[in-house]
Design a protein around this ligand. Structure first.
Ligand SMILES: [Zn+2]
Length: 691
């Protein structure tokens, strides 16, 4: 027997050692959940010491000893928390969730120790006052200005009492946001609609295969399950001829976070809304929405609401016509019931078949996951000269895959990780995140970017197929990924997607347009069995239905954005009745009874799981004004890959991070600001309503 060695925690903990693996990836195989707490503790303490040293610096404040020093600090913390949150989102479990609950308030406290540090703020304030005399490069001035804005917005200029209260609020909000997301996941994990053979009526082959795979993942091999992942439940709602089962699945889906008991999110929401309003007041704003939007491209809630209102009336008119057409169809079939929310997708699918002779089941075999990944890569190649080389590196889950990204000269430009399938350990939705962001201050750091989606996983040996919407999601997230991969800045603060949330959806939503470009679609939409490209007639039909059902889609989205602004526009939320508030807010805008918000408040993760989009869900529509107009810049040249336009797009948008104010960045690309016209054309809302 060998002598048992007692390693010190440092040399036993792979999170605390240098990562020498290829591309600077974490040694995933060696990492266990219990490594995170000690690693966080060490990284937090190290960053704290760096911050204190910068604040206590004896020399007069300079850009180098204050701003650059801050930009160089906290690297271990960045590394550990990036990795942790990739896992907490995409491959979580009881142990990770427990750490997540513990660590959220600690990170909030740590952030306040930085932003409410009086000595540090004095230095930044002094530098900012004489910013134009410091001889700074434009990027350096932007970094200084952003730090100053961040500190002021965090409450650095306030008195001690207000700061104490702010810190308490931030800590509480961090815990509540974590619990909110975990509750949604718990509700999703605990539910599955198990189907017997006779319950499959109407479901096409691909949907049955996905239901079989979902059952198997949950330990019911040989059975069929519908889960609350969007890809699973929406497909079921589209095709199932069993109205009773559609109702059952739909109700479970929209009741996430509102089921009573331990995972009910209503009290959490009420408290978060109250705390956010109080926080905004302390910092000097009337409401949380005013506070939030002051540092966005929109600047004011009124500006965001104007856009939404403009679209809402048109969308409502179009949705009404769509509803009547669906109701007619029910009558024609001899149905004697009013269209309900769980019928909308089913009859829309049928109507599409009648009107356009187009069936989702007919399109689906042409959208193979792997071909769509290639399509996204080729688009990036044609626009930006990037190439992607599949690499075999250990990752956190066997479903995740990696590609090395090479620039036009064949030089390493970053690593892209795609993690596409739904599973019980993954939160719902789709997102881009990073293990490492681009920067040049501490060496020339290439980014490591991750895309996470929730597509239905095929049974072993079968080809993964996407819906057209799934393919659009893949392009969307890949657009975000390129924003990270093409980033070309010196300072970490400005890298990649660190822009305002109403601008960050421009690179992602703009990218979706290229999925529909005939050169891409023709080449990559190939039948899974025959490898034949999609016939021109079918392709034409797919493109012709682009504005079909857009009344529904626009209503479903815009209602969420309006309710979000209402909720975060409350001055004194008091003891908020969340369900009642949602109901009243929707009644005010005459929400059709047959359409339910895309995300109801109790599971609205954009607003409450963390809160990146709180008072910011309008961002998608705001960015859509930009992306619709930006794509027309290509169309105007007659070439959807026009090299000169692509070059400007790269220079001012995809590689520029937060180098410029968003409006300036857009003007630099387009020569002017956008108008709403292109968006209305894109959604088929420009003409008088017509289904
Ligand atoms: Zn996005």
């Amino acid at each position: 027997m060998s002598q048992p060695s007692v390693p010190t925690p440092e040399n036993r903990n792979p999170l605390l050692s240098t990562w020498n693996s290829r591309f600077g990836l974490p040694p995933f195989k060696a990492i266990a959940p219990e490594h995170f707490r000690p690693a966080f503790d060490r990284a937090l303490a190290a960053h704290r010491a760096e911050i204190d040293a910068i604040a206590a610096e004896a020399a007069a404040p300079s850009f180098a000893n204050t701003i650059e020093a801050l930009e160089r600090s906290g690297q271990a913390l960045e590394r550990v928390s990036n990795l942790f949150y990739v896992l907490a989102g995409a491959d979580t479990g009881d142990a990770i969730e427990e750490i997540e609950r513990d660590i959220a308030p600690l990170l909030a406290r740590h952030s306040d120790a930085l932003y409410l540090n009086a000595g540090l703020f004095r230095r930044i304030e002094a530098l900012h006052k004489r910013g134009d005399t410091l001889g700074l490069l434009p990027e350096q001035y932007r970094v200084l200005d952003r730090y100053h804005t961040r500190f002021v917005r965090a409450g650095a200029a306030l008195g001690k009492d207000a700061q104490g209260r702010l810190a308490a609020i931030n800590e509480r909000l961090a815990s509540l946001g974590t619990q909110f997301g975990q509750n949604v996941l718990a509700d999703e994990k605990s539910y599955a609609l198990m189907l017997e053979e006779g319950d499959l009526v109407g479901l096409p082959e691909f949907a049955i295969a996905a239901a079989r795979a979902a059952a198997e993942e949950r330990g019911h091999k040989g059975k069929h399950a519908i889960t609350l992942a969007r890809s699973s439940v929406e497909t079921f709602l589209q095709f199932s001829a069993r109205r009773d089962l559609r109702e059952k699945a739909f109700k479970a889906w929209i009741m996430r976070g509102e089921g009573g008991g331990k995972t009910d999110n209503r009290d959490i929401v009420a408290e978060m809304v109250r705390l956010r309003a109080e926080r905004a007041r302390l910092i000097g704003y009337e409401t949380f929405a005013d506070y939030r939007l002051d540092d966005q491209m929109a600047k004011t809630p009124a500006a965001a609401r104007n856009l939404l209102d403009d679209v809402w009336g048109r969308a409502l008119a179009k949705a009404t016509i769509e509803r009547d057409a669906l109701q007619d169809m029910i009558a024609q079939e001899g149905g004697n019931f009013a269209l309900a929310p769980w019928d909308w997708r089913y009859y829309t699918q049928k109507l599409r078949k009648v009107k356009y002779d187009l069936d989702e089941a007919e399109i689906k075999p042409y959208f193979q996951l792997d071909r769509m990944i290639e399509a996204a890569f080729e688009t990036a190649h044609r626009l930006f000269g990037l190439s992607f080389k599949s690499v075999d590196v250990p990752l956190y889950h066997s479903d995740a895959r990696a590609w090395e990204v090479l620039d036009a000269n064949g030089h390493h430009a970053g690593l892209f990780v795609g993690d596409y399938f739904a599973r019980g350990s993954k939160h719902s939705g789709a997102w881009m995140t990073s293990l490492r962001d681009q920067q040049k201050l501490s060496g020339d750091m290439a980014p490591v970017i991750v895309n996470v989606c929730n597509f239905s996983k095929p049974a072993a040996g079968e080809t993964a197929l996407l819906s057209f919407d799934d393919a659009r999601t893949l392009f969307h997230e890949f657009g975000h990924a390129l924003h990270g991969l093409l980033s070309n800045v010196t300072y970490p603060l400005l890298a990649g997607t660190s822009v305002s949330s109403d601008f960050v959806e421009l690179p992602s939503q703009l990218y979706e347009h290229w999925l529909e470009v005939p050169e891409i679609l023709k080449k990559y939409a190939r039948h899974a069995r025959t490898n034949e490209p999609m016939p021109q007639a079918l392709l034409d039909k797919v493109l012709a239905t682009r504005t079909f059902n857009q009344g529904f889609a626009t209503v479903e989205y815009t209602a969420c954005a309006l309710v979000d602004l209402d909720l975060h526009g409350l001055k004194e939320p008091g003891a908020l009745d969340v369900a009642g508030f949602e109901h009243e807010s929707l009644a005010r805008i005459h929400m059709p009874a047959e359409i339910v918000m895309r995300h109801r408040i109790p599971h609205f993760q954009h607003l409450f799981s963390g809160g990146g989009y709180a008072a910011g869900y309008y961002s998608y529509m705001w960015s859509e004004v930009l992306d619709a107009d930006a794509f027309e810049a290509f169309e105007e040249t007659g070439d959807t890959f026009d090299p000169a336009t692509a070059k400007r797009l790269r220079e001012f948008i995809y590689s520029a991070g937060n180098l410029r104010d968003p409006a300036e960045a857009y003007k630099a690309f387009r020569g002017r600001l956008p108008t709403v016209d292109a968006l209305l054309r894109k959604r088929g809302l420009a003409e008088p309503a017509n289904a």
